[in-house]
Design a protein around this ligand. Structure first.
Ligand code: 13P
Length: 341
């Protein structure tokens, strides 16, 4: 394992007030988002959209790493420049989603297991040669009156740890994403308890499989009430619950935590990250940043609508969201800033 190279990549990804941009939607997810926005669901529209993202002026000032999808890592601008090269020129490290989605977990009705370990070593070697220096694997844990089961948590965290070990051997920093979904009417306490248990099991598994905690980035959910909960929580309560939960579970050796947005509005995701920095400034053992997909991309996608004449406005919006997330990482985000751009 080339620990030095891995740690250098981690430090670059976590530097300053930058964060990660997840642009790794699978073909099915991308098509779903396009359909909702009234955009044709073809490979050429996927490509054009990703070109819009990677060519956004100033993106490298706000974003340290961009997570691509297998389809995207081979794609190029209409002028023939590979997206990977555009990112590198902008000072953004290319990353790659390497899980192959979820399937039903046998023996556990209604629960999912993430797949993609078969052939992972070979795929990582290929992605490394293409320029990827970090990867992502997402495990999905849902909450209901009967879920999650311990079997589902253990199976998923074991797979995440195996993925992380294979990545580190390949010179690729693993972004480890155990996502407790927001769907459902559960309260904040339930999300806290499930997230806490998931993180405990995850770090047991990472330890058992000899994963170097200093050479990974954790990508968790924030601790929030379910989307259909009748009791929503205020911003400071979410910030406090999230940080408390992570302090209980995430070792200080982990260099950084980059949150997913998980279906929060862009404004709420920024406000929550900001509140964590305001309240816990200089008191946390790890860097706290973002690795958002929807909370950065969604407003830009809606402006674009698949039309060339909207590219500039969509890019401005993407840049604005990324800048506001930088402000949140500094603890300087204010709701009024939404109008200032
Ligand atoms: P969201 O920020 O839209 O939750 O996506 C993050 C991500 O990468 C999910 O795997």
């Amino acid at each position: 394992m080339n620990t030095k190279e891995l740690i250098k990549t981690v430090n670059t990804l976590l530097a300053g007030d930058k964060g990660l941009l997840a642009m790794d939607e699978s073909t099915a997810t991308c098509n779903r988002r396009f359909e909702e926005a009234g955009i044709p669901q073809t490979i050429e529209y996927h490509r054009a959209y990703r070109e819009l993202i990677v060519t956004t002026p100033g993106l490298g000032k706000c974003i340290s790493g961009a997570i691509l999808y297998d389809e995207t890592i081979y794609q190029a601008t209409k002028d023939g420049v590979l997206f990977v090269d555009i990112l590198k020129q902008a000072g953004i490290i290319p990353g790659i989603k390497v899980d192959e989605g979820t399937t039903n977990l046998a023996g556990f009705h209604g629960e999912k297991i993430t797949v993609g370990l078969d052939g992972l070593q070979q795929r990582l070697a290929k992605y490394y040669a293409l320029g990827a220096r970090f990867a992502k694997w997402r495990a999905v844990i849902s909450i209901s009156t009967v879920h999650p089961s311990m079997g589902c948590i253990e199976a998923n965290m074991h797979a995440l740890a195996r993925y992380a070990a294979v990545c580190q051997e390949a010179g690729i920093v693993p972004v480890v994403e155990p996502e407790v979904l927001m769907d459902g009417p559960h309260n904040l306490k339930k999300c806290f308890d499930v997230t806490e248990r998931v993180q405990h099991v995850l770090f047991d598994e990472l330890f058992a499989l000899n994963v170097n905690l200093q050479a990974l980035i954790l990508k968790p959910n924030m601790v929030l009430p379910g989307l259909s909960s009748s009791r929503q929580a205020d911003i400071d309560t979410v910030a406090e619950a999230t940080v408390t939960c992570l302090l209980q579970t995430v070792p200080a050796a982990v260099p950084g935590i980059a949150f997913l947005s998980g279906g929060q509005s862009p404004e709420m995701a920024a406000a929550h990250l900001n509140a964590m920095h305001v309240k816990y400034k200089d008191k946390l053992p790890w860097a706290l940043t973002f690795s958002f997909a929807r909370a950065i991309q969604q407003p830009a996608l809606e402006l674009w609508k698949g039309k060339d004449e909207n590219i500039e406005a969509a890019q401005k919006m993407l840049y604005k969201r990324a800048c506001l997330d930088n402000a949140a990482r500094r603890g300087e985000y204010r709701a009024e800033m939404e109008k200032e751009f």
